[in-house]
Unconditional design. Structure first.
Length: 169
């Protein structure tokens, strides 16, 4: 490599490092709107690619559900990062809801199933949080305050305008 090439490479490396440092200190992460935990970034990206779910949305769900605590248990018994209910986890073949990779893959698979069933990420999130049976029987207009707050929280963490886009046929 020429002297000029080495100088450019060093400058580019310094530029990239400075930008990464700036964003890290500012608390920003690319593509996930301030919610991807570096500890689970690989698992989130893998699940997103595998099931066709935006990584930023997965990260927003994890942030809203468990605040990135893989040992989280809700008062209703939901477990792990994506707060899988035990029956749902069993249906998805989850052996250990507290295993981060298993929980993220299964939770993302379930979120994708809800998206395929209901047609928008917004409705998928309502079904994910409130349950698909409740959504079908009671209707979106009757969702509880907890689910309304959940949607609001996801919208704060992820580009809310993307949630109402219908899926492509």
């Amino acid at each position: 490599m020429s002297k000029l090439g080495r100088t450019v490479a060093k400058g580019l490396t310094a530029f990239i490092f400075a930008n990464l440092l700036f964003y890290a200190l500012a608390g920003w992460t690319s593509g996930a709107q301030d919610v991807i935990s570096y500890q689970f970034e690989e698992e989130i990206n893998l699940a997103g690619r595998l099931y066709g779910v935006p990584a930023g949305l997965i990260a927003a769900v994890i942030k809203a559900e468990s605040n990135f605590d893989p040992q989280a248990v809700s008062p209703r018994g939901a477990e792990g990062l994506m707060q899988l209910m035990p029956d749902t986890a069993r249906e998805l073949g989850v052996e250990d809801s507290f295993n981060p990779l298993s929980n993220i893959l299964s939770g993302t698979k379930y979120l994708r199933q809800m998206y395929e069933r209901f047609g928008t990420w917004r409705l998928a999130l309502i079904a994910y949080n409130w349950g698909p049976t409740n959504l079908v029987k009671k209707g979106e207009e009757n969702m509880p305050e907890e689910t309304r707050n959940y949607l609001k929280r996801i919208g704060e963490l992820y580009d809310y305008s993307l949630l109402d886009r219908p899926r492509r046929s």
